[in-house]
Write a protein that binds this ligand. Structure first.
Ligand SMILES: [Zn+2]
Length: 247
């Protein structure tokens, strides 16, 4: 039975379908990932169009769509709320944003909303305009993805003996997390112990405090390395946009 849904959504993927139409994948507030056919969205100047502009990657829209059988529903209205235009003025920011969109698309299934994750990614895209702390923001984003996916390690305790008090975390075991010197085996990669304290705080620090957070560069880099290893283990296939990033 046809049902109309009003929600807001972030564009994760966008394909031109014809001269005038698009097929767009959104991360929506109320229904999680949704794929929509938007007829006429590439010609929004037509008086009859209910779209404010062609849909564009990383745009945040007010949406109305009609559910149909199958996975592709019919967009009937789309008004741009926030375009995050600053992302397109800086290649590094744009690549980071693209990685975030691609990872979101790969991490969640259709019809499964994650409001906390959505707030997180919107904060991330907005804060990429600050012009500092880009690697910190990226690590914060990955922590949120792992948490929302239910695969985040508890960074303050050894995943071997589960000790927390006075434990000397020295290595990462994929996919479970930190390992102490007593539990470490040859396949666990040795890490800078201070990274674990950073990663334990990383998942909890409020977004707006991330860019100005003072963390040593090598700790941020090691944090990225560990988060990335866990993410790659979690995803079936590595995100393509990962190849374009410079750490
Ligand atoms: Zn242990």
């Amino acid at each position: 039975m046809a049902r109309t849904v009003s929600t807001r959504g972030l564009v994760l993927r966008c394909i031109d379908y014809s001269e005038t139409s698009q097929i767009v994948s959104f991360f929506t507030r109320d229904e999680g990932i949704v794929d929509l056919l938007a007829k006429g969205s590439r010609r929004p100047r037509n008086a009859s169009s209910s779209f404010s502009s062609p849909f564009d990657l990383a745009g945040w829209y007010d949406l109305v769509y009609r559910k149909r059988g199958g996975d592709l529903h019919l967009a009937t209205e789309g008004q741009l709320v926030e375009g995050f235009s600053h992302l397109r003025r800086d290649l590094e920011c744009w690549l980071d944003a693209n990685l975030a969109l691609e990872v979101l698309a790969k991490s969640f299934i259709r019809g499964d909303p994650h409001p906390e994750m959505l707030r997180g990614v919107l904060s991330y895209l907005k804060l990429l305009s600050v012009g500092k702390g880009r690697q910190l923001l990226r690590n914060r984003f990955l922590a949120e993805i792992l948490t929302s996916s239910g695969v985040s390690p508890r960074w303050h305790l050894c995943q071997g003996c589960m000790r927390q008090e006075g434990v000397d975390l020295v290595a990462l075991r994929v996919p479970v997390g930190p390992i102490c010197s007593g539990c470490r085996v040859a396949t666990d990669s040795l890490r800078d112990p201070s990274t674990f304290a950073y990663l334990a705080s990383n998942g909890a620090i409020p977004w707006d405090r991330v860019p100005a957070w003072e963390v040593a560069e090598e700790v941020i880099a090691d944090g990225w390395d560990q988060l990335r290893a866990l993410l790659l283990d979690h995803l079936e296939r590595p995100p393509r946009s990962l190849r374009y990033l410079r750490a």
